[in-house]
Design a protein around this ligand. Structure first.
Ligand code: PLP
Length: 398
């Protein structure tokens, strides 16, 4: 088997460990959020690993993401929450996806689909308690609650949950967190007055699951922490283990002379005779062009800096006059856990002024995913997106 030029190695044992951390910190059940193809890690593989580690459900944004998981054979409870009245609710009901509605119009469409198909829909009410994004608006709450009670009475709907999403979960002590929880509790009380009650209530994203046990209710809904990244790096890493390591094969090593410019625009010119190496990763694969002349990689335990512009497919590192002992075919670590001295996705995020959520979910293009750790060779884990590029390695980490 040839070594891929660019590899995202996903440690499923780390995912399992992180789910354990989240169960422990929240003291409750975990719905692992696997939207955006598992934050770039592979929704199906991560989802299966999280479930095997004790997560009780998976969450996605779009309904199609949940339907893809069902089609792949994932039979755990699934919730999707970015829906509109034109979503394919009949398909969602047929696949037994919990449909989290954000308006009375979406609810009406779900009820209509349930009546048409003769199957009861599982519904969550997603309430905007202060996020100011999707979720049922305050002035539509009463109508939605009453319509829900009617739909439950005629058995077209089963009310799985009432949920909300925090606006400032990453500021654990901010009063808005408790205010949002109180507003959600009032919504649940409204439903009780209508003689209906959800099976579960959930609020907490990763930062709340890690820092606000009092907001846990019946279920927490972490995403980023499942992938081993702390949402509040200034507070703690909570013992989470980053699951993704991005590596590239050195494709070319060559000598250049003092005065030679490197890459488009010659933004870097060698001030001495030196040796450079070409790495096959670029902005089309999710390496931000803004990292040009800042990015560092680790090869054989030594750090080397990117010189010249990061291109669509490749970038250049300066190995120094002695060549740093780097050879064609060597592996360069672009980011990893940091345990071996390599940069982390958080380092990248800080350099470009974003969060590591954006870095890891943006790794794409020609990278091949390779799964290691417990469950990596699970026979039910098929290659994703019809790609024959995803590889499975045996359980190599404990
Ligand atoms: C993305 C998302 C989450 C997970 O957020 P993290 O900060 O990654 O833990 C939870 N709930 C909803 C509604 C989301 O959209």
């Amino acid at each position: 088997m040839t070594t891929p030029l660019l590899t995202a190695t996903i440690d499923l044992a780390a995912v399992a460990h992180n789910v354990g951390v989240l169960r422990e910190s929240s003291g409750t059940d975990v719905m692992a959020v696997v939207k955006a193809d598992g934050y770039g890690h592979g929704a199906e593989a991560v989802g299966r690993a999280a479930l095997a580690a004790g997560a009780t459900a998976l969450g996605t944004a779009q309904l199609t993401e949940a339907l893809d998981l069902r089609a792949a054979g994932v039979d755990a409870p699934l919730t999707a929450w970015l829906l509109t009245q034109t979503s394919d609710f009949a398909a969602g009901i047929a696949a037994d996806v919990d449909l989290a509605v954000s308006s009375p119009r979406a609810l009406a469409a779900v009820v209509d689909a349930a009546r048409r198909t003769g199957r009861q829909a599982t519904v969550t009410l997603k309430v905007d308690t202060g996020l100011g994004r999707n979720g049922i608006a305050a002035d539509e709450w009463q109508a939605t609650a009453i319509a829900t009670a009617k739909a439950i009475a005629d058995q077209s709907v089963r009310l799985r949950a009432v949920m909300c999403h925090l606006a400032r979960g990453d500021e654990p002590d901010h009063p808005l967190n408790s205010e949002q929880a109180e507003r959600l509790d009032r919504c649940v009380a409204d439903l009780r007055r209508l003689s209906v009650a959800p099976e579960v209530v959930h609020i907490a994203n990763s930062p709340a699951a890690l820092t606000r046990r009092d907001l846990a209710r019946d279920l927490v809904r972490p995403g980023i922490a499942v992938y081993g990244r702390t949402p509040v790096p200034d507070i703690s890493d909570f013992g989470l283990i980053p699951a993704m390591t991005l590596t590239a094969q050195v494709v070319l090593v060559k000598r250049i002379s003092a005065g030679d410019g490197v890459s488009y625009g010659h933004t870097w010119v060698a001030d001495r005779d030196t040796t450079i190496a070409i790495l096959p990763a670029g902005y089309a694969d999710g390496v931000p062009r803004l990292l040009s002349n800042q990015l560092e990689v680790s090869v054989n335990g030594r750090r080397f800096r990117n010189v010249g512009r990061i291109c669509m497919d490749q970038f250049v590192i300066d190995l120094g006059p002695d060549g740093g002992g780097v050879r064609e075919g060597d592996t360069a670590v672009l980011f990893g856990t940091g345990a071996g001295g390599e940069p982390t996705a958080l380092d990248w995020a800080r350099m470009v002024g974003t969060i590591d959520y954006e870095i890891v979910s943006g790794i794409r293009g020609r990278r091949v995913r390779r799964y290691v750790g417990a469950g990596a060779d699970h026979s039910g884990v098929a290659d994703q997106r019809g790609s024959d590029a995803d590889l499975r390695a045996g359980g190599t980490t404990g």
